[in-house]
Design a protein around this ligand. Structure first.
Ligand code: 5AD
Ligand code: FES
Length: 359
């Protein structure tokens, strides 16, 4: 199809804004929009996010508590077969200390993220969740620990976990098989996501932009899958190669495509919590600010102890490796405010009433 002129594409942005949906063909054009069309896309995304969240940006304290992983995803720096990684696990007390420090810094959501580390049994995780909730009852706990059994997800939810992040990575089964070994399947990943949702978690999913073999058609499939899932949170970021993975020589995903997709997601999922990711800040020094201006409303600074940070390298060049939590928050606050937003102290659940209605 020949490229529609920019007036027609600006009309497409308005349709997406008004209806929250668009046909595949025009979505594909918007994914690669530039110039006036991209400006219109960002302006409409801003307006939509303003309606639900105002200028508020929520911060989530990321605690990378284990880099042991049984999986071997071809893109990921902590994949099981990367023997160069020095493996670590934070202790129960170290994790609680991260939360205590985080609480003082104004965090009201803690994200416990780790590789798929089978040595963390349900009992241990549930005890941890209960202890965090006992200390900080006004905080939300988000888990990001991969695929587990239904019984495990139920136990974690019953212990008090509120949210669960599990990116689907790609909604196309062939592409999924290009990114993962045969022990992992898209069908199982999807089943886990629907399972988490039915248990009652606020569920987050998402994908990398520019992962090897990705096409614009696959990106549309990702958007359609998210529509079917109806997630509360959507995380996307550019793929960035890691030197000790099979994808070491692959190019990184593009800033522009990632930003356009953030804006498209804001228009398709007005109330979604969408982070401006560390990966976005890694491919461009201004990346996270641009993400916020494209419609993102969450940032996820690292609360992990600095001595462990370097061991949790999913991709090369990751930013914020040497900064203490307090420094990271200070830096992010300046960046968020300079971009015209407010970094707030709040759990930041999805909105049921619009922002204007709450004031
Ligand atoms: N580049 C960008 N993102 C990555 N992730 C893992 N490896 C990479 C990489 N090389 C993302 C995946 C995963 C999330 C925790 O980090 O999407 O779900
Ligand atoms: Fe971590 Fe800037 S946000 S150093």
């Amino acid at each position: 199809m020949t490229k529609p002129h920019s007036e027609a594409l600006c009309d497409a942005v308005v349709t997406l804004y008004e209806t929250g949906d668009l046909d595949d063909e025009r979505l594909k054009w918007l994914i690669d929009a530039d110039g006036d069309v991209a400006e219109a896309l960002f302006a409409h995304a801003q307006r939509r996010r303003q309606q639900w969240y105002g200028r508020d940006v929520y911060k989530r304290g990321l605690i990378e508590f284990t880099n042991y992983c049984r999986n071997d995803c071809y893109y990921c720096g902590i994949r099981a077969s990367n023997r160069c990684v020095e493996r670590y696990r934070l202790t129960h007390d170290e994790i609680l200390t991260c939360c205590r420090v985080g609480y003082e810094l104004g965090f009201r959501t803690f994200v416990l993220q780790g590789g798929e580390d089978l040595s963390f049994k349900d009992d241990e995780l549930c005890a941890l969740i209960r202890d965090i909730k006992a200390m900080h009852g006004d905080c939300a706990i988000t888990l990001s620990i991969g695929e587990r059994s239904h019984a495990s997800y139920e136990a974690l939810f019953a212990a008090g976990a509120d949210r669960y992040l599990l990116r689907h990575e790609t909604a196309n089964a062939e592409h999924y098989a290009r990114l993962h070994p045969s022990s992992l399947s898209l069908a199982h990943r999807k089943a886990c996501l629907f399972d988490l949702k039915s248990i009652g978690f606020q569920v987050g999913s998402g994908f990398m932009v520019g992962s090897p073999g990705q096409t614009v058609d696959y990106l549309v499939e990702d958007l359609r899958f998210l529509q079917a899932l109806g997630p509360a949170m959507i995380g996307i970021g550019p793929f960035i190669p890691h030197r000790e993975t099979p994808f070491c020589d692959e190019p990184a995903g593009s800033l522009k495509r990632t930003l356009n997709l953030v804006a498209i997601l804001r228009l398709m999922f007005p109330k979604a919590l969408i982070p401006s990711t560390t990966a976005l800040g890694t491919i461009d020094p201004n990346g996270r600010e641009l993400g916020l201006k494209a419609g993102a409303n969450v940032v996820m600074p690292n609360l992990s102890p600095v001595e462990y940070r370097k061991k949790y390298t999913l991709y090369d060049g990751k930013i914020c490796m040497g900064e203490e939590a307090a420094q990271c928050v200070g830096c992010l606050r300046r960046r968020v405010e300079k971009a015209g937003f407010d970094l707030v102290v709040a759990r930041g659940d999805t909105q049921v009433d619009g922002y204007e209605a709450r004031r």
